[in-house]
Design a protein around this ligand. Structure first.
Ligand code: GLU
Length: 279
């Protein structure tokens, strides 16, 4: 079971189309279903109309998801339960450090873990990462990955100071198998994966298969991103966009006689080869 999980921060751009296509083909090639999840846990960053725009682009490219759209904003009870379990295990602490006070990997290096804060004080919640934590993964495209996570960071945020659930927590909970069995997404999120696997372990949740796809960059080498205003995919040229994305995924060129997105996708699904995805 695969999923595509855009944040509602703008329309679909070429980079997110690549993630949508790669995750769809990887799921469908194995006979799996493919879901659309809207990661709408950060209202201040949400852009009105993005869900409709994302849906319209997926539809224009015949990237059809199964079932209803899932919204992370409907899953607060899950995230709350997860926090309660971490709290009961003694994994959490409150922190008031500002960005400038944090270490290189964003960890709290002060003594917040030993402090008592008044209930009225705005704090974020951090999960402690034991020094000996090692996370290994056989990435569907990149092969074996190994992180000495406990040496890289000693803690990270699971609930923000503004009270919102952190992406790491929400993704770890929603992506735990059996709800998702495959998480195929851009390589820009590779750093997040060991944190999410760590959380799944602490929560006693099974981890899905992970695979990280190439990330598209603009002419300055910066990742295409909705927040940076990357331009929306042109819904009037789906064949061209799909062919370009397939090339970027290292997949074979569909025959020229295929003139509609549905048959192009069916052909590409039958030829999908994870080993051809550029590393
Ligand atoms: N919603 C996040 C994004 O759009 C992450 C998605 C994911 O984990 O695949 O960048």
């Amino acid at each position: 079971m695969g999923r595509f999980a855009p944040s509602p921060t703008g329309p679909l751009h070429a980079g997110s189309l690549l993630a949508a296509l790669g995750s769809l083909l990887h799921a469908r090639a194995q006979g799996g279903v493919w879901h659309l999840r809207i990661d709408d846990i950060d209202p201040p960053r949400a852009v009105q109309g993005s869900v409709a725009a994302i849906q319209a682009s997926l539809e224009a490219h015949a990237l059809r998801f199964d079932g209803d759209i899932q919204y992370q904003s409907d899953h607060s009870y899950r995230y709350e339960q997860a926090l309660q379990r971490l709290e009961a295990q003694g994994d959490l602490f409150h922190c008031t450090c500002t960005r400038a006070m944090l270490g290189a990997a964003g960890s709290c290096q002060k003594s917040c873990a030993q402090k008592q804060f008044a209930a009225s004080e705005a704090t974020c919640l951090r999960v402690k990462v034991p020094l000996s934590t090692v996370i290994t993964l056989d990435d569907a495209f990149l092969g074996p990955q190994n992180w000495l996570l406990g040496q890289q960071l000693s803690n990270f945020v699971v609930r923000r100071r503004d009270g919102l659930y952190a992406y790491q927590l929400a993704a770890a909970v929603d992506d735990a198998a059996p709800a998702a069995t495959q998480v195929i997404r851009g390589r820009d999120l590779l750093d997040s994966t060991p944190r999410q696997i760590f959380l799944q372990r602490r929560l006693g949740l099974p981890s899905p298969e992970y695979g990280h796809l190439p990330v598209l960059t603009d002419q300055h080498g910066a990742k295409l991103s909705k927040q940076q205003g990357a331009s929306a995919v042109n819904n009037h040229q789906p064949l061209h966009n799909l062919r370009t994305a397939l090339k970027e995924l290292g997949q074979p060129d569909p025959p020229a006689k295929l003139k509609d997105s549905v048959s192009l996708l069916a052909w590409s699904q039958s030829k999908w080869d994870p080993l051809r995805v550029p590393r």
